[in-house]
Write a protein that binds this ligand. Sequence first.
Ligand code: NAD
Length: 373
Amino acid sequence: MTIGILKEIHDHRVVMLPEIVKTFVNMHVSVIVEQGAGEKAFAKDEEYKAVGATIATREEVYTQADILAKITPFTSEELRLLKPGQMIIAILNPLANKAYVEELMQRNVTAFGLDVVPRTTRAQAMDVLSSMATVAGYKAVLTAANTLSKFFPMFMTAAGTIKPSKVLILGAGVAGLQAIATSRKLGGVVEVFDVRAAVKEEVMSLGAKFVEVEGATDDSSAGGYAVEQTEAFKAKQAQAIHDSAVKSNVVICTAQIPGRPAPLLLKKETVEEMTPGSVIVDLASSTGGNCELTRDNETIVHKGVTIIGNSNFASELPTSASRMFGTNVLNFLKLIIDKEGKLNLNFEDDIVKGTCVTHGGQVMSERVKSFLH
Ligand code: NAD
């Protein structure tokens, strides 16, 4: 069994750092690494070699590996390089792109999508969305603090007292909770909105205020995710968010609904009433953003308010993000590689089946299937 590690094109992370490669080598798995794959995450080719990997060209990795691993989705061009029977593992966004899933089926690829790992307790150690959301929530707050025109914490100095910054966090999932923790560590005063009442206690335990809006649709069958809300709820929530946002110095947007555009929570009129010098960081920008003015991968200034649209903060913390991602991949691959280093695809295992987007020309994951219909 040979695992191939590919270099990311527009991302600073690498799917596995040398420390993870070492574990695979100890499991009798060969690892072949594309030249310079770890460079931007500060992992040198020599370090991979030192733990037993082979360094090769991109073409050689595609030719020799049984499982090809990367972080970002394989492009159509990359899929064309695959040989029959090869496997791929990456973030694949199957819930956002039907045509892509069809292409995987047509090419007869065995494709594992780390972004559809089931959200069960056993699968937590394989959940790259959680790991990357942790990085994003942290980095979003640091970026906001760095851009903001005032201090985060309260200061009592001979030059007077400075009030702490007010932070509004939209969505208290993994990224939102990390954003609360980081904002609190910096001394911010934090208010939080989410449609899932289950997060209230967690929000409060991190020292933030949970703003409740009555009438949310909270669907326990959605696997821990949020669902679309009614128009009546949206109107009530919009007013409450407006009232909180205009008093805030920082807004961190993290609200998402899998397979759908991000909910629009922050209107243009609200931004225009915010204090100039304030900052909005929108982590949902790749799916449309929570703020009406957000532009994906751009920073704009609207009437003195800076709006940063960035859904890929994980790439800006490549060492920690790669370390977490690699650990998640290792934990997943241990389910399909046995102790002798041989492939053991057991589709009776709910995690293996749930993560497998396509195999033998068919969609395996029930969740992906239900999104296709
Ligand atoms: P996500 O990225 O899909 O969404 C972020 C947050 O936005 C969620 O908390 C969601 O409720 C909220 N949101 C959606 N629409 C909203 C709206 N209109 N207004 C306000 N908030 C809105 O979510 P996530 O961070 O990936 O995970 C959500 C939850 O899933 C976690 O908090 C956790 O409880 C659970 N989870 C479980 C596992 C596991 O068991 N393996 C792993 C990860 C997460």
